[in-house]
Design a protein around this ligand. Structure first.
Ligand code: OOG
Ligand code: NI
Length: 307
């Protein structure tokens, strides 16, 4: 049973999100650079004016970790589990979560189906994840934001070796990403549909980003469009981070990226003027076909343009 009132819970959630965003902005220089370009062209007055459509995490699908563990944090703060997605070729599962109030971003959590990998890759992954003996979220006081903040940014297992990282990457780029980056925020998502005209669609916003020199993920085309045409997404290619591996060896690897989302009004609200459109009037949820390509924002065939 939680001891906190609903208001105190939302304050705790806000503190956890602020902590995630602080580390994320430091690790992804594209974030402050994009916000600066948006201010410079008059799209927003302050960074806080950006609407964050959703944030995303990646996890290792082993019994004591994975979606079932990480989601407990956000369910505790009032998030609701929504649709499940299955990415056959990438061997991933995912869920999205709707927030306790529209003031908070949606959350997307995916997990690697470790059991579906080769015995060699499974042995590498479990040699790290076996260091976590029981579900670590169960040991946290979720009403204490400092405990959650520390947990989300601490090492869950020893520093990987460069050879393990490379072996995993051959078989699953996602696995390699998680073995190093763990629960660091994978991306946050700038909502474009409420921006001024000329910037409020994904094709227009992509043009703005490219004019400023940002590199977009081209997998499946720069704009990923849902079959109903109402959810359009794009993303930058992940930032390269200087990563220290076991033994002090350093290599540049994929870190996190930035996503952009346009949610068009549902057909029954399409007649409303833009000023009257609220979140509930627009396309909700996610789209497996779009997500499948957005995952590739950290894959080497995309990050090659950053090397
Ligand atoms: C998540 C990719 C999917 C979306 O909005 O559909 C996604 C990831 O790269 O971990 O973010
Ligand atoms: Ni996303």
């Amino acid at each position: 049973m939680s001891q906190l009132s609903q208001t105190a819970k939302l304050e705790t959630l806000q503190a956890v999100l602020d902590g995630l965003m602080r580390r994320y902005q430091e690790r992804v220089p594209d974030v402050p650079a994009i916000l600066q370009a948006m201010i410079q062209e008059g799209l927003i007055a302050r960074p806080e004016d950006v609407e964050n459509d959703h944030i995303a995490f990646r996890t290792m699908g082993v019994p004591q970790l994975g979606i079932a563990s990480l989601e407990k944090i956000f369910l505790h703060y009032g998030y609701t589990r929504r649709d499940r997605y299955n990415f056959e070729a990438k061997k991933l599962n995912a869920h999205w979560y709707s927030p306790p109030s529209p003031a908070f971003p949606r959350i997307f959590i995916s997990e690697l189906r470790v059991d579906d990998l080769s015995p060699t890759a499974q042995a590498i992954i479990t040699s790290y994840t076996d260091e976590v003996k029981s579900d670590p979220v169960d040991a946290l006081d979720l009403d204490d934001w400092r405990q959650v903040d520390e947990f989300l940014h601490k090492a869950l297992w020893r520093l990987p070796t460069w050879s393990d990282y490379q072996r995993l990457q051959e078989e699953s780029e996602y696995a390699a990403w998680v073995i190093y980056n763990r629960y660091y925020l994978n991306h946050y998502t700038i909502s474009v549909h409420n921006l001024p005209e000329g910037y409020d669609t994904i094709p227009a916003f992509n043009a703005f980003l490219e004019r400023h020199g940002f590199k977009l993920n081209t997998a499946g085309g720069k704009a990923k469009v849902s079959p109903d045409g109402l959810l359009i997404q794009s993303s930058t290619v992940a930032e390269m981070i200087e990563a220290e591996f076991a033994g002090g060896e350093k290599h540049k690897i994929s870190g996190s990226y930035v996503e952009f989302a346009e949610r068009k009004p549902l057909p029954q609200f399409a007649h409303l003027p833009k000023s009257e459109l609220r979140r509930e009037h627009r396309r909700e949820g996610f789209e497996a076909g779009n997500a499948d390509k957005i995952f590739e924002s950290t894959y080497s065939h995309q990050t090659a343009v950053r090397q």
